[in-house]
Design a protein around this ligand. Structure first.
Ligand code: GMT
Length: 373
C-alpha cells in the first residue's frame, strides 16, 4: 500500500511509535511517506520506498502564531496527489486529525480519494484534547476519520468518556522490535562506566513534562539510595529538568544522578538498568516502560491510565497509587535487596514484552488500513 504518516518528529512516544511503524511497513514492502516539520528523530534510514516530506512554515509579521495546520494539510494534499497515497495515518489528534480531514476534503474536490486513520496516543485526549479550546474540533475530527485506534483499552475508555464518539475504536498497543534489545544484549554493556560493582542502577526516560512527575523520580531514588548503593540515570529533556536537577542538589544526591539528555541509544542505556521508574500522573500506555522491560528491567510505576495493561503488579514490576513515593521506593528497595526476586521479575518483564512485539502489531495496522476500503 501507499501510506502517508503524520506525527510529531520528536522524542515523544507518539512520534517514536509512528516512526518505528513507518520503517517496519517500508521493510515489509509498503511505500511510506512521512509528512512532518522535521525528519523524525528515530528515522535512521531513507530508501526507495521510505520518504520524508518537510512541512515548511512561512513566517509573516501579522501572525502571532504560525498556521501550522494550513501548511500541514496543504503538504498532505500535495504528497497524496503526487504519490497517489491511499491512506493517511495520523498520530496524535491535535492538530493532525483535523488537518487530515481538511486535506481529505480538498482532495475530494479534485476527485481524489484518500482514507484517514487516526491513532490517539494519550495527552491528545486526556490532557490537551478535552480542553474547551480544542474539544469540539478534536471530537469532530475523530468522528470524521475512517478508522480510529487507541494505544490501550484505558485510552479507549477515556476517549469514550470525554468525547461523544460515534466511531468504533480499535485498540492497537504500542510495540517494540525485540531484535533491537537482543542486539544490545550481545554488545558489551559497559555497566562499570556508570556505576561501581556493588551499585544498582535505576533509570527514568521521558520528555520531563509535568505529567511525568520527575520530582517523584528524584524523591523515590533519594529513599532508595539511603538503603542501597545505587545510581540514577535520568534520560531525556524537558520543562521539569532543571527543577529535578535542583532537587537533587538540595537533597545532596546530585553526585549519584546522571542527567544524560535526549538519546537515541535507549536500548544501550537500558542494558545497564535494574529498575525503571515511571511515576506518571497519567500514561495512556507507557512505551518507555515497555522498552525498559524488553531490556530486562523491572518497572516501578504509578497505576494510572494504561500502565496496568503493560506492567503487571508483582510479576513484571510493581504499581502504586499516584504520588505514593514511599510505596514506590519500598517496592524498589525490596527487590533490589533480593537478587533472586530481582532476576525473576527481570525475566518475567522481558517475557511479557512478547505480547507487544512488532510481529503481532504490524498486521493489526495493515488490516485497519484495509478495513478503510
Ligand atoms: O509521553 C508523552 O507525554 C509523549 C506522548 C506522545 O504522544 O508523544 O506519549 C503518549 O504516547 C505514547 C505512545 O503511544 C504512550 O506510550 C504514552 O503513554 C503517552 N503519554 C501519556 O499518556 C502521558
Amino acid at each position: 500500500m501507499k501510506i502517508g504518516i503524520v506525527c510529531y518528529p520528536t522524542f515523544g512516544g507518539s512520534g517514536v511509535v509512528a516512526t518505528e511503524l513507518g520503517m517496519a511497513l517500508a521493510n515489509k514492502g509498503h511505500e511510506v511517506h512521512f509528512i512532518t516539520y522535521n525528519q523524525p528523530v528515530r528515522l535512521d534510514f531513507i530508501s526507495y520506498n521510505l520518504h520524508f516530506h518537510e512541512v515548511a512554515l512561512e513566517e509573516y509579521p501579522l501572525f502571532q502564531y504560525q498556521p501550522y495546520e494550513l501548511a500541514l494539510s496543504t503538504k498532505m494534499v500535495e504528497v497524496v496527489e503526487r504519490y497517489q497515497l491511499e491512506v493517511l495515518h495520523v498520530h496524535y489528534a491535535i492538530p493532525h486529525a483535523y488537518a487530515a480531514y481538511m486535506a481529505k476534503k480538498m482532495l475530494s474536490d479534485k476527485g481524489i480519494k484518500v482514507k484517514v486513520v487516526t491513532t490517539l496516543h494519550g495527552t491528545d485526549i486526556t490532557l490537551v484534547g478535552s480542553h474547551p479550546s480544542y474539544k469540539t474540533a478534536v471530537e469532530f475530527s475523530i468522528n470524521m476519520s475512517d478508522e480510529v485506534t487507541t494505544v490501550s483499552s484505558s485510552l479507549k475508555e477515556d476517549t469514550l468518556r470525554l468525547f461523544n464518539i460515534q466511531k468504533d475504536i480499535k485498540v492497537v498497543y504500542n510495540f517494540i522490535d525485540g531484535m533491537k534489545y537482543e542486539m544490545a544484549d550481545e554488545e558489551e554493556c559497559k555497566r562499570n562506566a556508570i556505576a561501581n560493582e556493588n551499585e544498582r542502577i535505576l533509570t527514568h526516560i521521558s520528555n520531563f513534562r509535568p505529567v511525568k512527575r520527575v520530582l517523584d523520580v528524584i524523591q523515590i531514588f533519594n529513599e532508595v539510595q539511603k538503603e542501597i548503593p545505587s545510581k540514577l540515570l535520568m534520560v531525556g529533556d524537558g520543562p521539569e529538568r532543571s527543577k529535578a536537577e535542583k532537587l537533587a542538589v538540595v537533597l545532596g544526591i546530585s553526585d549519584k544522578i546522571l542527567f544524560l539528555g535526549n538519546s537515541n541509544e535507549v536500548a544501550k542505556l537500558l542494558c545497564y538498568s535494574d529498575v525503571f521508574l515511571l511515576p506518571s500522573e497519567t500514561e495512556s500506555f507507557g512505551l518507555a516502560a515497555l522498552e525498559a522491560m524488553a531490556a530486562n528491567t523491572v518497572v516501578i510505576s504509578s497505576n494510572t491510565g494504561g500502565l496496568p495493561e503493560v506492567n503487571i503488579h508483582g510479576e513484571t514490576g510493581y504499581l502504586s497509587d499516584l504520588g505514593d513515593v514511599n510505596s514506590m521506593a519500598n517496592h524498589a528497595i525490596s527487590i533490589l535487596k533480593d537478587e533472586a526476586k530481582l532476576l525473576e521479575l527481570k525475566r518475567n518483564a522481558k517475557e511479557h514484552t512478547k505480547l507487544f512485539s512488532l510481529d503481532k502489531v504490524l498486521p493489526q495496522y495493515e488490516s485497519i488500513y484495509k478495513a478503510c476500503f
